[in-house]
Design a protein around this ligand. Sequence first.
Ligand SMILES: Cc1ncc(COP(=O)(O)O)c(C=O)c1O
Length: 380
Amino acid sequence: MYRIPFNKPFIVGKELEYIAEAVSLGNIAADGYFTTKCSEFLADHAASPRVLMTPSCTASLEMAAMLCELGEGDEVILPSFTFVSTAACFVREGARPVFVDVRPDTLNIDETRIEAAITPRTRAIFVVHYAGVACEMDAILDIAKRHGLRVVEDAAQGVNATYRGRPLGGMGDLGAFSFHETKNFICGEGGALCINDLDLVERAEIIRDKGTNRQAFNRGEIAKYTWVDHGSSYVPSELSCAFLWAQLEKMEVITQRRREVHSRYQEALAPLEASGALRIPSTPAHCSLNYHMFAVLLKDMATRSLLIDHLKQRGILAVFHYVPLHLAPMGRRYGGGDADLPVTMDVSGRLLRLPFYYELSPDAQDEVIDAVHAFFGGGS
Ligand SMILES: Cc1ncc(COP(=O)(O)O)c(C=O)c1O
């Protein structure tokens, strides 16, 4: 057990009260009062015509792959430096991942390398806004338009961050959010899908509801509902959405607190960056942060292992992040082993994330900061 964990779930206000209210309202299954509150709030927030709540970002991405009609023989461009769900969602439909390297500054997909990866089989680009820092969406949307490709934003970490003033998740054809307990706004397990192309809304509702047109029935548009398409149960429990609503209505309070944590790390570790001991991934001026995480890039993997051990001895848990997907057994099986991704290989081996959560106290954070400084020979 670590004294200072990497992440910690938190309650910001009325989470438990709203769960009790959901019970007393008489609906704790799907699409009740709180689910509607969350989806309407997120649609407004992300400037998306329709947002559907889901059980996870993974579920949202699976829906996105189905909505893009990805299948056997199709290729999808994405970074290798991402979570498994970004690829697994369309590989299960039969499509093949084509991995593109990331930029060394933001660790996001390198938009200048996308066009070279396009073939006559390419159908979509799945981008990942790493750490809530936006990908270069203007360039990516332009490439997609010229080549007739769908764009899906994996904005699992990007809720309440922007690109040139536009909310992440609201720019591609589809955008996926996560409310997993490690994210900024949480409900244990949870997600949402922004459907930014209006033509996809009707089918999205059907896919989410077991392949039935029950949503149209609920609105009184049809007399009875039936099985009309592929689908699954991509509806979250009303209890999860009740918890989440208490967090979404405090979005700015949570973000402000996370900003304080982020700034404290940034300021305290700046001297180590100046001396060349580590590097902090950058945020372009036209991107606003949601302060999802604080990561540092160390000299090499050996230094990272030593720092992890050093922090562990002090009861502090710091963790690395994605192991490149193209070298995972499934990545190799789908041809990723041949990909030449030098930046991905370099950064994934030496990136370290420091403890970061809503209730991280200044004292606890100072312990982490002091321990990092001590590792590099600067005191305690
Ligand atoms: C980039 C990315 N996509 C997708 C996911 C999956 O999110 P969920 O756990 O809500 O399915 C994660 C989880 O951390 C992630 O980092």
